[in-house]
Design a protein around this ligand. Structure first.
Ligand code: FES
Length: 156
């Protein structure tokens, strides 16, 4: 087995091989590899016994198909309707202001990338964002500044 196959197998063992564990497995691969290759997706499909199209579809939906190197922390702000209505633009502006990056960019020190994503399943606590695998909900610009401040402190 090559390292990618090893990684996928250990993630599948850890999370379980059911359809609902596809997302944590995709996230695990992206975390390790920093992006999701076509090869990885095919291997995941094989490991979970899913149609490759389903794995591709999920990966595209969550915009995890990045082929450029991302920051250590990937911030994904939900852009879907509930979060949009509940102020995701203010959330984005607060982050852009603080990190001095726009959507799709990474800070020059390689620490933070700012992305948008589709619904994270936390609409009842919108607006929501992910930082790597951690979910943050009921965001306000103040709350976002606090959260990012904590990450920055950890890194300095
Ligand atoms: S719309 Fe944002 S979490 Fe569902």
């Amino acid at each position: 087995m090559n390292p990618v196959q090893d990684l996928i197998k250990s993630l599948a063992d850890k999370h379980g091989k059911n359809r609902e564990n596809l997302l944590p497995i995709l996230q695990g691969v992206v975390e390790q590899e920093k992006y999701l290759s076509e090869y990885s997706m095919i291997e995941i499909a094989r490991e979970l016994d899913l149609p490759a199209a389903e794995v591709f579809g999920t990966a595209t939906f969550y915009s995890f198909l990045e082929h450029k190197k991302m920051g250590k922390y990937i911030i994904r702000v939900c852009k879907t309707i509930t979060c949009s209505m509940k102020g995701k633009n203010q959330i984005l502006h607060a982050i852009e202001d603080m990190l001095k990056v726009s959507i799709g960019e990474t800070t020059p020190d390689g620490k933070f990338s700012l992305m948008q994503t589709n619904c994270l399943g936390w609409c009842h606590k919108a607006p929501a964002m992910l930082i790597n695998n951690d979910i943050y909900t009921e965001l306000t610009p103040e709350k976002v500044r606090e959260i990012l401040g904590e990450y920055m402190k950890r890194e300095s």
